[in-house]
Design a protein around this ligand. Structure first.
Ligand code: PLP
Length: 420
């Protein structure tokens, strides 16, 4: 991994994390360029026996520099909004490798995507199919689509990030999907070129994917017999990573189980990894401001909060927390690590056994490359942290720390009244 200790000090690649922190202050996101690129290439290699396009899922870390980096490696992108498409375009990437998912695409977003010639929309309802057809007709073009099929498998992950069971809002069940393809074949301005699924996130085993593919294969063959011009099978994202003591499937094992199942289908494969590419490639560094005792609890109050990293508050997600500098002769204690925000739900760790830090020490929250900065907010009028990217022995700022002025940019003191 690209974060490790040398002489009891934490390094990112060949850069001493403390040195970046002294310059850029905390809270601070630090990503490893090498980790991002290695992860991408490992997955690509595992599927090299098939014609495969890896579409990085923009929502999990949408920094434009990260997009640029992956685009240069040859990645396409999985987007869920017009704003994400805007980022991909501004990153200088090819829109021809963009797949667009999401249950609520607006008319404006559909037109924007059609005008930029994306690879395909993954359609989540019959009404959406009709809207895309109508917009394509208006623009005198044809929209490539895939229907998002909900294969009803249990990926055994958190219920908020389960998306491929029938009680979730995503996709259409297999029976309805078949009807949707029949409908798409009748519409003049949509061309169903793909089949899509995305069964959830932080999935640790390849088995739920295999199970889903086994359920989808008969549908795909049936669609082909019906004359649907299928070219792509998009198997979604969701590959899990280590946060604590998980044992996630390696890309090699993932490929070994899935490639033999996918090959006979004769389609190009799309994979939409997000967390797997960047999750372990980032940390959030925070400073211990105060330590206090309340009842029989010890609270370590740090300068990062739920507005910077909401996963613990939102999903009671576990993030490993380690010191930038390991010190001997310190005892372990059970601590709550909390932020300054006025909410009891504002914590980074609860009842965590960890080496007792001192006030002024720096801590690194691990696995903070995915769904971390991209979910950050300005709650409590806190500025969002800077993001930095390390490459070997140097780093660059890929998003500057916000300022208090940034907080007020969209607001006005003198309000104009509109008479209706
Ligand atoms: C969020 C999302 C992904 C990425 O999920 P990860 O768990 O980060 O790999 C892929 N595809 C779709 C449609 C998504 O919504």
């Amino acid at each position: 991994m690209c974060f490790k200790y040398k002489n009891n000090q934490l390094y990112c690649e060949n850069t001493l994390v403390r040195d970046i922190v002294y310059k850029e202050n905390t809270p601070l996101f630090i990503y490893s360029r090498k980790a991002i690129i290695n992860n991408y290439n490992k997955l690509k290699k595992a599927f090299s026996k098939l014609s495969t396009l890896i579409c990085y899922s923009v929502k999990c870390n949408s920094n434009i520099y990260v997009l640029k980096l992956l685009s240069k490696e040859g990645a396409g992108f999985d987007i869920v909004s017009g704003g994400e498409l805007f980022r991909v375009i501004r990153a200088g990437s090819k829109t021809a490798n963009v797949v667009y998912a999401g249950v609520g695409k607006s008319t404006k977003e559909i037109i924007y995507a059609l005008n930029h010639g994306i690879l395909m929309f993954t359609v989540e309802s019959e009404s959406e199919l009709e809207r895309i057809n109508a917009m394509a007709q208006k623009l005198n073009t044809t929209a490539n689509v895939a229907v998002r099929v909900n294969p009803d498998v249990d990926p055994k992950t958190h219920r908020y990030i389960t998306t491929g069971k029938k009680e979730t809002k995503f996709g259409l069940d297999i029976k309805r999907a078949k009807a949707a393809y029949q409908w798409a074949m009748m519409l003049p301005c949509v061309k169903p070129i793909g089949v899509h699924m995305h069964i959830g996130s932080q999935i640790l085993s390849a088995k739920p994917y295999a199970e889903a593919i086994d359920k989808m294969a008969p549908l795909i063959n049936e669609l082909k017999d019906m004359g649907v011009p299928l070219e792509y099978f998009d198997i979604g994202g969701g590959i899990g990573i280590v946060y604590k003591d998980e044992n996630p499937v390696s890309p090699e094992e993932f490929g070994e189980l899935l490639v033999p199942r996918l090959k006979p289908l004769g389609l190009k494969i799309i994979i939409e990894p997000g967390r797997y590419i960047v999750g372990n490639a980032g940390i959030l560094v925070t400073k211990v401001e105060y330590i206090k005792q309340s009842g029989d609890k010890t609270f370590v109050i740090v300068d990062a909060a739920m507005n910077d990293l909401i996963r613990p508050s939102l999903y009671t997600a576990y993030h490993d927390i380690i010191p930038l500098k390991k010190s001997k002769n310190r005892s372990k204690k059970i601590l709550d690590i909390v932020g300054p925000i006025c909410e009891s739900g504002d914590f980074l760790a609860k009842d965590r056994e960890i080496t007792m830090p001192d006030e002024g020490d720096f801590l690194a929250v691990k696995s903070a490359g995915a769904y971390s900065f991209s979910m950050a907010s300005n709650y409590n009028s806190r500025v969002r942290p800077a993001e930095t990217l390390v490459s070997g022995g140097s780093y660059q700022i890929i998003r500057r720390r916000e300022t208090w002025d940034d907080l007020l940019k969209q607001e006005s003191v003198s309000v104009r009244e509109y008479v209706l």
